[in-house]
Design a protein around this ligand. Sequence first.
Ligand code: NAG
Length: 315
Amino acid sequence: MLLKSLLIIVMLQLTSETYGQAQKKFFRKDYTFLEETQSFYKFFSIAKTYQEAVTTCGRQGATLFYAEDKRELDAVAKFWTQPRDHIFIGISSLISKGVFASVDGRALMDVYNDWLPGEPNDVNGEESCIVMNKKGQMNDISCNRKFPFICKKTLASLEWNAHCQTPYKRYIVNEDLGRCYKFFLTPMNWTEAFAVCNAEESYLAIINSDEEANFLKKMTKDNPKYTVKGNYLAGVVMLGFHNRDRQGWLTIKGATLEDSGYTQWGYAQPDVDDKYLCGAMFYNGELTYGDCSQRSFFICEKEYKSGFDERFGDE
Ligand SMILES: *[C@@H]1O[C@H](CO)[C@@H](O)[C@H](O)[C@H]1NC(C)=O
């Protein structure tokens, strides 16, 4: 009898280890989960404009924080330990002057709001954004001023890509290479692409072998590139190498292409054209390079360790 109950306990524990993904309450290492609000938060102490703050949160799959109610305000005020008095919150009247709405489209009266006396006053007609202090008091201000901010992700909106051990769904795994990849059909320039990968805790892809080149080539082939309209350079996919320091072609990890394991340049590449300093591949997997300000498709890459789950820490 005792043995039987022990067995059941062991089985229950195994089950929760294996299937209890949603219970782990993990989004990213740099976000803190607050039980009171069932959401994750990250404080950004480097001040940014409102639009930069919205973009930063969005790229991480989160939204610019505003308090839903007093309960959330109190929970977050405790978590917000930085010295700065004010943060930008995710409410603005940028869409329609004088009508304040949250980044996810909720009316001001439906979320927590507490204006300082005499606010909003829209000085010079230039104050379409809002800063808030720890007491939750709000003041309208220019969106171009720079303030710290908080990004928020609700547990309810969290998805988990178990293969790639990341909350970002579109990464696909290659078990032989031990890596995951995401193809971006939104053309961006090289520096933006670098930042986007970074925001998803990955990096602009680096090819280390012929197998990897073949995989990226296949991935490129499988993506519906020809449906993407707009002004961008077709025919290439940006990768994580460059000659921006004019020290020769190096990966973003600082290694030469030779040391990285793949040097298959396309026909007559690289040329001596000093203007073009950012690395890419043709759709056929051969390396090329181009103008860093030119927009193109790109691939982010992420290591993953078999049997390792980031949420359990790396101790
Ligand atoms: C890349 O695009 C961003 C955003 O449009 C821009 O701020 C940046 O200057 C561009 N970088 C280059 C190298 O052109």
